[in-house]
Write a protein that binds this ligand. Structure first.
Ligand code: SF4
Length: 340
């Protein structure tokens, strides 16, 4: 039987989670990091883990569970479309399951009391712990002295006196601690969740109006992260690349229900037209949509601000549809009407 004491660390990759892990490693406890993934969380560089902590990191995709809470969060949304309280409950619950699988004794996270108004006040930290089902096993090492004692502390698995009493939004103590431990470079605090960004939240909201029961795929979410977005009607959305990287990304997200649009003779973007329902449409309506989309795309071609006609080539995924239209670009005021 193994006598190694193990902890599971919710690892966001920011300085606070690095410091929380460090405090626990200092107590001769093995730490397994876990990073939860959803299409909304941006990936970051993992080399800090190797460089400063030398722990193993497990990545767990929680997209399906997350979809349910995004659709109907019991504790509501934050400022944007971010269901942070339910999200933290889900993450601690999943970390608890991992703790059991790994026969670990506790769960840690780098949360700091009072750092984030929605999820890190005393009442919310307690509620999140309780609703995860693992309240007595969750320790927040950076603020532990300000929070109720947990089982691993009572059982002397962890020396509570070596934990800290940091609170508030100032990062002075964390930065001092980082210097003391020779931690010089680290990712910026948390961030990385697209749901907290106003423009992304707006696009997501618009997408939700086009689909039922959060029936989105990862590609739909990835598409929200690139280009200019236009809502053409309740079924169709147009995404126009803003640079070569975005053009390439848009091409990589091309799917069977989509059309791609681009000009052959003018310098301009690659654009993707996506249809979100399977309703049988009148051919006329698709025609109208293709015309709308072509005239928007034409605006972003180098002849888009002149009165010249612009050629727009449109093709479907299986190439059974391939057409060139010569269109007059829309004016800025019309473009604004469709812009999300
Ligand atoms: S910001 Fe995003 S990842 Fe972080 S708790 Fe909120 S919803 Fe979850």
């Amino acid at each position: 039987m193994s006598h190694i004491k193990k902890a599971i660390a919710l690892f966001s990759g920011g300085l606070d989670s690095i410091l929380a892990v460090k405090l626990i490693l200092e107590q001769n406890i093995e730490v397994i990091g876990v990073r939860f993934e959803t299409p909304f969380i941006e990936s970051y560089c993992d080399h800090y883990i190797e460089q400063y902590l030398g722990i193993s990191l497990i990545k767990k995709d929680i997209s399906n569970d997350f979809k349910k809470i995004l659709y109907n969060p019991r504790h509501g949304y934050g400022k944007r479309e971010n269901p942070c309280i339910d999200c933290r409950i889900l993450m601690f619950r999943k970390a608890g399951e991992l703790m059991e699988e790994e026969k670990a004794l506790l769960i840690i996270s780098g949360e700091v009391l009072g750092q984030r108004p929605m999820t890190q006040n005393k009442r919310m930290l307690q509620l999140i712990s309780e609703e995860s089902g693992y309240a007595n096993k969750i320790i927040r090492p950076l603020s532990a002295l300000l929070l109720p004692e947990t089982d691993p502390e009572k059982d002397k698995i962890i020396d509570r006196l070596k934990l800290l009493d940091i609170q508030g939004r100032s990062r002075k103590r964390q930065i001092a601690l980082a210097e003391q431990w020779g931690i010089k470079k680290y990712p910026t605090p948390a961030g990385g969740c697209k749901l907290t960004e106003p423009s992304f939240a707006k696009r997501l909201n618009e997408l939700m109006g086009k689909i039922t029961n959060m029936n989105y795929h990862k590609g739909d979410i990835d598409l929200l992260k690139v280009g200019r977005h236009f809502s053409l009607n309740k079924e169709f959305k147009l995404v126009v690349g803003r640079n070569e990287n975005e053009n390439q990304k848009i091409i990589s997200l091309f799917q069977p229900q989509d059309y791609l649009l681009s000009s052959q003779y003018c310098k301009g973007p690659v654009s993707l037209l996506r249809r979100y329902t399977d309703l049988d449409d009148e051919v006329m309506e698709v025609e109208t949509v293709l015309d709308l989309a072509s005239r928007i795309v034409a605006r972003y071609c180098d002849k888009g601000h002149s009165s010249d006609l612009v050629d727009i080539v449109i093709w479907s995924y299986d190439k059974t549809f391939h057409q060139t239209r010569y269109v007059q670009s829309f004016s800025d005021s019309i473009i604004q009407h469709y812009l999300i």
